[in-house]
Design a protein around this ligand. Structure first.
Ligand SMILES: [Zn+2]
Length: 509
């Protein structure tokens, strides 16, 4: 602390009291261990785009930080609530630019112990810096000392909840990070920064800190809440904090590593909460395009697999209709390329969105950028319209560059058909999502859905998560009411070739 106080005292911008407050957050020469428990929420998996957010999981975590050697170990126990269920128990170990995950960390598509890729590593490190201002301030001071450049500075004063605060800004990527220090208590009340989201673009990340206590030379908040665009998505309560704990030398051993890739790391850094929101859902989210595998269902219909999420492409005389733009722009661009290579003389004229959830809508802007008409449920129009017009300056995408005005068509209770009835689109409700579009392709008697029933996802004889059974039973009732002649069901997850209608009956009996 004395060193950093000296450092601040020389900085005319930061007065003595604030310098002392920041000095009590300089973790460069300390290690610490924190036991906490908390919850995650997910705004873009709600029943409706306007919320309230889904509560997918709770967690207990023990974090051990040793910033002097740039190493951390996070021991997670997550209780998965909805839509998946069960517990996942794993550790994340980060040492410098290398990392390791000790056990399967998600319930959907779990992987055994593996070396951490650079995007995950960057996302893990950034979230820890946001939740622990000691790491952030310590790192800023180290950078300042090492480079001789000013990294941390006062940028003025601001009222927060009626109390005056000093605003301290730290240079960071993709955007500076601001700490709001209360002038009465000299404690950090808030952290404010921005990052990228698919499909929302530039999003504001705010962390609220309270219930500060001193442990030796360091101050710690016991209550921490991280918000995404004004919605709390991560809340944790610290129950036990230990300064300079005995560190087990084996705790930071990495059994395997990946070479650090700065480009991949930047992807994780810029989309940090996208990664943690997936982990909170206990679902793997891949930030790269993934493999694109076209599975021919008929000469005119292909299912597009290769990842966790599938799309469907149907050719009409006028062009190609694609169903669902999952994940993000990189995935959509790869799918658009594969579809265009398959049918080079046909434009993609329409994109049908099954529902607003972020893992299905994340790539929609790429279809807007090529001028495809966007078809969605009535209740999704406002959300998607906002996504299409929001600033995307952190990671400018193809739509940001194209500047095209998109055409939207919505589907209500009356449904919609394309290609003289070859494609019939119906809106159905579900306990998974209030409004879902399901797509019937007449020539092959196929019905495509997302998340309501996924042929091939649950192996025979394995008990599915209870929520999935609820969704599928409800789905069966809804499509029975549509009275369609269905032979093949294809889901946005599971096997891309789908399965016979009988699978739904067997699953829901
Ligand atoms: Zn969904």
């Amino acid at each position: 602390m004395p060193f950093s106080l000296g450092q601040f005292a020389q900085d005319k911008d930061i007065d003595g009291a604030i310098a002392e407050a920041l000095g009590s957050l300089d973790a460069q020469s300390f290690s610490f261990r924190i036991e906490a428990r908390g919850a995650r929420w997910e705004p873009l998996q709600a029943l409706r785009p306007e919320g309230p957010p889904l509560h997918p999981s709770d967690f207990e975590v023990v974090t051990v930080h040793d910033p002097a050697l740039d190493r951390m170990r996070l021991s997670w126990r997550r209780s998965i609530i909805e839509p998946l269920s069960g517990n996942v128990v794993y550790d994340e170990i980060v040492v410098g630019n290398e990392g390791y995950i000790t056990d399967p960390d998600v319930a959907l598509g779990p992987q055994p112990a593996h070396a951490m890729k650079s995007d995950r590593l960057a996302a893990v490190r950034r979230q820890q810096y946001l939740l622990h201002p000691q790491l952030l301030v310590g790192d800023a001071l180290r950078r300042q000392q090492n480079t001789g450049q000013q990294v941390i500075r006062s940028v003025g004063r601001q009222e927060l909840d009626g109390a005056p605060h000093e605003v301290v800004e730290i240079d960071a990527s993709p955007r500076p990070i601001r700490l709001l220090v209360a002038l009465d208590s000299n404690q950090v009340s808030r952290l404010v920064t921005q990052e990228n989201d698919f499909p929302c673009g530039d999003v504001e990340i705010v962390v609220a800190f309270s219930h500060w206590r001193r442990h030796g030379g360091l101050a710690f908040p016991y209550e921490v809440e991280l918000s995404w665009e004004g919605e709390v998505i991560h809340r944790e309560t610290r129950r036990r904090i230990e300064l300079n704990p005995r560190l087990d030398p084996d705790a930071f051993v990495l059994p395997a590593t990946h070479p650090f890739d700065p480009e991949v790391a930047e992807r994780g850094l810029f989309n940090e909460q996208w990664v943690h929101r997936a982990t909170g859902m206990s679902a793997p989210i891949i930030l790269d395009a993934g493999e694109v595998v076209l599975v021919r269902l008929s000469p005119d219909v292909v299912s597009i697999g290769g990842g966790i999420h599938h799309s469907l492409a149907i050719i009409l005389d006028s062009g190609v209709v694609v169903v669902d733009p999952p994940q993000h722009e990189a995935r959509s661009l790869a799918v658009i390329k594969a579809v265009t290579a398959r049918w080079p003389d046909k434009p993609i004229t329409h994109l049908i969105l099954t529902h607003h959830h972020h893992d299905h809508s994340g790539g929609i802007r790429a279809y807007a950028a090529i001028g495809a008409e966007l078809i969605m449920a009535e209740g999704d129009r406002d959300f998607i319209t906002k996504c299409l017009s929001r600033p995307h300056t952190i990671r400018p995408d193809t739509l940001a560059a194209a500047g095209i005005r998109s055409t939207i068509q919505t589907v209500g209770d009356e449904g919609l058909s394309l290609g003289d009835g070859e494609i019939q689109i119906y809106r159905i409700s579900s306990p998974h999502c209030a409004e879902n579009l399901v797509v019937y392709v007449r020539s092959v008697k196929l019905l495509f859905n997302a998340d309501l029933f996924n042929p091939g996802l649950v192996p025979p004889g394995v008990a599915p998560p209870p929520h999935w059974l609820t969704y599928s039973r409800d789905f069966r009732r809804r499509i029975e009411a549509l009275d369609l002649d269905i032979e093949l069901l294809v889901g946005a997850h599971g096997v891309p070739e789908g399965g016979p209608y009988q699978e739904l009956i067997d699953f829901t009996e």
